[in-house]
Design a binder for this molecule. Structure first.
Ligand SMILES: [Zn+2]
Length: 552
């Protein structure tokens, strides 16, 4: 609503609009003099857009669109700046990440010193004895080239228990007081499926624990988020996504609290991206009882697919592979759910009209998941189930042909090659040409999406574009060059394909009359940019539903 218009006048004008269809054609806002890439194959380029009630009324040349101007319309001269549809992150954990950002120190920093400084700052604001928590730490990313130690953490924060989680989520690092509070000392044996690390020289605790040993900390750290906290988390992450040009995101492992947090934040005017909220399969029965299924909601908050999990992770090297990891001849990774379990849960969802999204990284995981989908579709065919393979990392020609036959949608990690380059050698050069396989998917006529999996992967769409176009990591190493795609393809993957993955290609993903007015204004044109500097293209403004969600 424009400022200065009272609620009564606004409602009055709504009534008038409802009565007169002609009135609805008046634009409220015109953006002109732009270098606009629409991602609409019928009209790829434009100079101007007209917007009313959160949607595009027209997309075209300056003269055509400016001709629609009426008195009172706001006009913005884009000064030749590049405009793209807003980016769609098709697999991420934003609501969950927002809660962690509220409570924890972001340890995605380039030196141990910088991490120590950030922890010290947080400790100064935290009553003595209370936990100082961190996340997004990555031992391969600090300039000291070694892992955090207990001494580092004790040195920075002696009077608070400190626990820092690794970005991958399977290991953590803590100080002396934290180990004391968790009831662990030098003599504590490793729990089943876990490890408490010791300094090999002295035998003293190193500060690091892995896998199930994390439970010692989880049991004593109070992380009870209130309903308010959950809403605040969405508000916080909203601003972070808006700043990077994202206008829609999938909550890939949502629970009922996430759905509620999205509704709360939207009602409070704090939700700045459109959320497609997956539901973890543990809640499927509740949802079925309530008559809820995929698609319920509106263009801001919508129930997404039910989420199943087949195998392990890429960054932590537990994805299930047919050929073992490089240098680890007996290690094939792990399967998390059995095929029968996936079928049982999947069948309930499929029959009730849900979309299914299954976490499947390794080629064995993908083969298993496809077998479940093929069986469901064979037994109970549905017209347009849009089965999703979340991550779908390691593929081969046979798997791709089956995906194409099913119409399945892969959501490969978009920023991993650039950001997690140092983990790629565990997969080997050969296999990398079959990982994050955008070239193969597109050539087969499959519609892959842009997907960050944030927090494990960074969500910045410009990093995704550079990673996908160059297949080069931040240190200049090339991984799987056969899977390079063009910048035009990468933009389509990050916009229209994301809309298709949530059944929303008719309302978003490209700049077309009638679609939602979601767009991003860039400081430079990515189509003219050197691919190796795409990540530096500035995001100047982001618009969702005709309103700026971010302005630099
Ligand atoms: Zn995920």
């Amino acid at each position: 609503m424009t400022t200065g218009v009272t609620r009564r006048e606004f409602l009055g004008s709504m009534a008038a609009l409802a009565m007169s269809p002609l009135e609805q054609e008046k634009p409220e806002l015109i953006l002109h003099n732009g270098n606009i890439w629409t991602v609409n194959a019928a009209e790829p380029r434009a100079q101007a857009v007209a917007i009313a009630r959160g949607r595009f009324l027209a997309v075209g040349s300056n003269s055509d669109v400016l001709n629609l101007a009426v008195s009172g319309v706001q006009k913005i001269d884009l000064g030749g700046k590049t405009v793209l549809p807003g980016f769609i992150d098709a697999h991420s954990h934003p609501s969950e990440a927002g809660r962690l950002h509220l409570r924890m120190v972001d340890c995605d920093l380039r030196s141990i010193q910088a991490i120590q400084a950030a922890l010290r700052e947080r400790a100064a604001k935290t009553p003595a004895g209370e936990w100082v928590l961190g996340f997004k730490y990555d031992d391969t990313k600090t300039e000291e080239n070694r892992a955090l130690t207990m001494a580092d953490l004790d040195g920075a924060v002696p009077d608070h228990p400190v626990r820092i989680q690794h970005r991958g989520g399977h290991t953590s690092y803590a100080n002396s007081l934290a180990f004391q509070k968790a009831g662990m000392d030098e003599k504590t044996p490793d729990p089943p499926g876990g490890q408490i690390s010791h300094d090999p020289a002295t035998g003293k605790l190193s500060g690091r624990v892995a896998e199930s040993a994390n439970n010692y900390f989880n049991k004593v750290i109070p992380l009870n988020f209130t309903r308010e906290d959950c809403r605040e988390g969405v508000k916080l992450i909203s601003k972070m996504l808006a700043r990077s040009g994202i206008t829609s995101a999938t909550e890939a492992q949502g629970v009922p609290e996430d759905l509620r947090a999205y509704q709360d934040a939207h009602e409070a005017g704090e939700l700045l991206y459109r959320a497609y909220c997956f539901i973890n399969y543990h809640f499927l029965d509740h949802m079925l009882e309530a008559g809820v299924r995929t698609g319920l909601g509106d263009e801001w908050v919508r129930v997404g697919a039910v989420k199943l999990v087949c195998d392990g992770s890429i960054s932590e090297r537990t994805a299930r592979l047919s050929v073992p990891y490089e240098g680890r001849p007996n290690d094939y990774g792990i399967l998390v759910m059995t095929e029968e379990e996936m079928y049982t849960q999947g069948r309930k969802a499929h029959l009730a009209g849900w979309q299914i999204g299954t976490h499947a990284n390794g080629d064995v995981g993908i083969d298993t998941t496809l077998r479940v989908y093929e069986r469901l579709q064979h037994e109970s065919p549905r017209r347009d189930p849009r089965f999703r393979l979340e991550h779908c990392t390691v593929v081969n020609d046979e798997l791709i042909a089956r995906m194409k036959a099913l119409g399945a949608i892969p959501t490969p990690f978009s920023t991993y090659v650039y950001y997690h380059g140092e983990k790629m050698r565990y997969y080997g050069a050969d296999r990398l040409n079959h990982m994050f396989a955008l070239r193969s998917f597109i050539d087969a006529g499959i519609r892959p999406t842009q997907a960050s999996d944030y927090p494990p992967g960074p969500f910045e769409p410009m990093m995704a574009l550079e990673s996908e176009v160059t297949r080069t990591d931040s240190k200049g190493n090339v991984w799987g060059p056969k899977q390079r795609i063009t910048i035009e393809e990468a933009i389509r993957v990050g916009t229209l394909h994301g809309a298709y993955a949530s059944y929303e290609e008719n309302i978003k993903g490209s700049l077309e009359a009638g679609k939602l007015a979601d767009l991003v204004v860039l400081g430079r044109d990515p189509l003219r940019e050197n691919p190796s500097t795409l990540i530096t293209v500035p995001i100047e403004r982001t618009m969702v539903g005709g309103r700026w969600s971010f302005e630099a």
